[in-house]
Design a protein around this ligand. Structure first.
Ligand SMILES: [Zn+2]
Length: 168
């Protein structure tokens, strides 16, 4: 059984906006028994490792994402903030642009894992969901920290109405 310990001393690094959600979480994620998808757990470990590289001096919210592609490759990303705030890029989009950069525009994503080092809920934001929709398989599992612990949902359920360009 794999047990993932999320940082319990993150108070000093936690952004105020996330503190309430973080408080509701336990600091221990027991993933193996609740989620039999061992490769997905391995992906979560890689997402967490990516979060160690986070550049988040403003929010202190350290996030990592790992994408498993249909070619077998795993590509990770982390959030990179900017002093102008609006230019900040999320971990999920960082991973996505890295994956396209490394493997080209034909990539397909078959699994997504998101982790953070703040013991907080962090489902992919709307912008990342729209970006992922371009390359992800609809049934791809998305594993992310939710309010009540790690949660896995098919991509089509977390983003059911993606914008599509259908010109007539
Ligand atoms: Zn995002």
């Amino acid at each position: 059984m794999a047990i993932f310990y999320f940082s319990s001393d993150s108070g000093r690094n936690r952004a105020p906006m996330y503190s309430q959600a973080a408080h509701a979480l336990t600091s221990i994620f027991m993933a193996a028994e609740s989620n039999p998808d061992a490769p997905l757990e391995a992906l979560l470990v890689q997402a967490r490792q990516a979060a160690e590289h986070s550049y988040s001096p403003y929010s202190k919210f350290r996030v990592g994402a790992a994408l498993r592609l249909t070619n077998g490759a795993v590509v990770t990303g982390t959030n990179v903030e900017n002093v102008s705030y609006g230019l900040t890029i999320c971990a999920e989009r960082s991973a996505l642009v890295a994956a396209v950069s490394q493997f080209g525009p034909q990539i397909r994503i078959e699994a997504v894992a998101v982790a953070n080092l703040n013991s907080a809920a962090s489902p992919p934001c709307g912008a990342c969901r729209q970006m992922l929709a371009e390359f992800v398989q609809p049934d791809a599992p998305v594993l992310f920290p939710a309010e009540d612990g790690p949660r896995t949902m098919p991509f089509s359920e977390i983003f059911p109405l993606a914008f599509e360009m259908k010109l007539k």
